[in-house]
Design a protein around this ligand. Structure first.
Ligand code: ACO
Length: 456
């Protein structure tokens, strides 16, 4: 099939959030550490009424209903998540409940696991399937969903929760570039979940930031080569200008601004123009031509210069993609695609038509990829853009809960996580009143750990 990519998309996030400025006071950190230092405004979270399966059921059912797609017309479902409730059974198999009425059981694909990267692995699987000899003419469905929660301490404010579903097929609205996808994979203990009895990860925060930046550097260099071979016309040197928009996995939005800024350092070091033209106004980056690359990581002075130098590019290419990341927090596998939704929510069809968007996906451990796509003017693009027009309003309609309530819910979830495996029957205690309509929620877990869901 040709012009394979995203035809339609749905985004779900919980209906409750905590204000980051209030969390600063509650946690006793200096004012503006979370809001300015990390660039986070609000953090979405859910109660024990929702889990990874209910999130996934909700987002898929909403997408299918809104687009009028029949479950018979889906030939593949790939799920990306790192929110595990079972070491064997995939979330995908739970989603098959939605296919019951259609009678369709011929649906390839299972779950993809590697921290925040699983959604991208799922996307690549679906694109590859539609482009391959195995394709049978039906749509593929990508689900990226996570509930990101941290133990109390400096990482807790970087939590979040959300789910994305994307319908993949030919003649798409967002068509992925072929032959330029590039990856960076390596072993690191930066963020992992070795404790099966806890929902929380083990995190080396500073190492995870370093790994993210290293992966970005490697991917950008590799992308440059592939772009020059496959896409560029020979008159133009590759730079960040090859992308009209750049969307990043967002653990917190300040890291994304620094990431875009770092690409400007790459471009500067690649360019020889400044050397020949240094007479008038030498760039403040000039001194970094001779600094060993290793020493640029964590160099706060350099970060500041780069952020200043790249302000315009950040405003033009990336800032609009951070709306959900800023207001919901890190949705792990769904974060990057929440970035795409935000970008579309803040632009018109005419603005994005024909434009190229770059995506940087990062999952701890480490698995990362840089890839790109074009927005192709077509009715599907019009519908896709239209479907996110109410996104800002949806974010504003959520219910604000106090940090004390958030803290109590987290404590209860910790106990519930243990209780679910010790009691014959576990029933969630949180109210369903705060849930939106058209949402699946957890009713009970029985003595054999089987979960029952209801639909509100
Ligand atoms: N006003 C303004 N800025 C402030 C203030 C303040 N009052 N206080 C601190 N800051 C700034 C700091 O200077 C720092 O900025 P800089 O990074 O530009 O220098 C920033 O706020 C963060 O402060 P730190 O002291 O560095 O933060 P801390 O070490 O407490 O925690 C961290 C931050 C490491 C990100 C932590 O939240 C964490 O571990 N999060 C989870 C891991 C993570 O998200 N990793 C990213 C990639 S992996 C993934 O996606 C899961």
């Amino acid at each position: 099939a040709e012009n394979v990519g995203i035809l339609a998309m749905e985004l779900y996030f919980p209906s409750t959030y905590v204000e980051q400025s209030e969390l600063e006071a509650f946690d006793g950190v200096s004012p503006q550490k979370y809001t300015v230092g990390l660039g986070q405004q609000r953090m979405g979270f859910c109660t024990d009424r929702e889990d990874i399966v209910s999130f996934s059921l909700t987002v898929v059912e909403r997408l299918m209903k809104r687009t009028g797609t029949s479950y018979r017309d889906i030939g593949r479902v790939d799920v990306g998540t790192e929110t595990l409730i079972d070491k064997s059974k995939s979330v995908k198999s739970c989603l098959m409940q939605l296919f019951d009425k259609s009678g369709n059981r011929d649906v390839e694909g299972v779950d993809n696991l590697n921290a925040c990267y699983g959604g991208t692995a799922a996307l690549f699987n679906c694109i590859d399937w539609v482009e391959s000899s195995a394709w049978d003419g039906r749509f593929a469905l990508v689900v990226a969903a996570d509930i990101a929660v941290y133990a109390t301490g400096n990482a807790r404010c970087t939590g979040g929760a959300g789910a994305v579903a994307m319908l993949i097929g030919p003649q798409a609205a967002v068509v992925f570039d072929q032959g330029v996808r590039c990856s960076f994979m390596q072993h690191a203990y930066d963020f992992y979940k070795p404790n099966m009895a806890s929902e929380y990860p083990t995190v080396d925060g500073q190492l995870s930031i370093r790994c993210y930046m290293e992966a970005l550097d490697h991917c950008y260099r590799t992308y440059r080569h592939k772009y020059q071979e496959k896409i560029a016309d020979s008159h133009h040197a590759f730079s960040v200008e090859a992308f009209d928009y750049l969307v990043f996995h967002s653990p917190y939005t300040k890291l994304v601004q620094k990431s875009l800024a770092r690409l400007v350092l790459h471009d500067f070091l690649e360019s020889t123009a400044a050397m020949t033209n240094s007479s008038s106004c030498p760039s403040p980056l000039e001194t970094y031509r001779t600094v060993p690359w290793e020493e640029t990581y964590g160099d706060k002075k350099l970060e500041k210069v780069l952020v200043e130098e790249s302000q315009q590019q950040f405003a033009d290419k990336t800032e609009a993609s951070l709306m959900v990341a800023k207001n919901v927090g890190n949705m792990y596998t769904a974060s990057l695609y929440g970035g795409l939704a935000s970008l579309l929510a803040n632009h018109s069809v005419d603005e994005v038509s024909g434009k190229r968007v770059g995506f940087f996906s990062y999952g701890s451990g480490v698995a990362a990829s840089l890839f790109s796509a074009r927005f192709v003017p077509c009715p599907a693009l019009r519908q896709l853009v239209h479907s996110f027009k109410s996104l800002r309003q949806r974010l504003d309609q959520r219910k604000r809960l106090s940090p004390a309530t958030f803290d109590a819910i987290m404590k209860h979830k910790e106990e519930a996580h243990q209780a679910a495996s010790s009691k014959p029957v576990f029933e969630p205690t949180a109210t369903v009143d705060d849930l939106e309509d058209a949402v699946y929620y957890l009713q009970s877990i029985d003595g054999m750990y089987r979960r029952q869901y209801a639909f509100k």
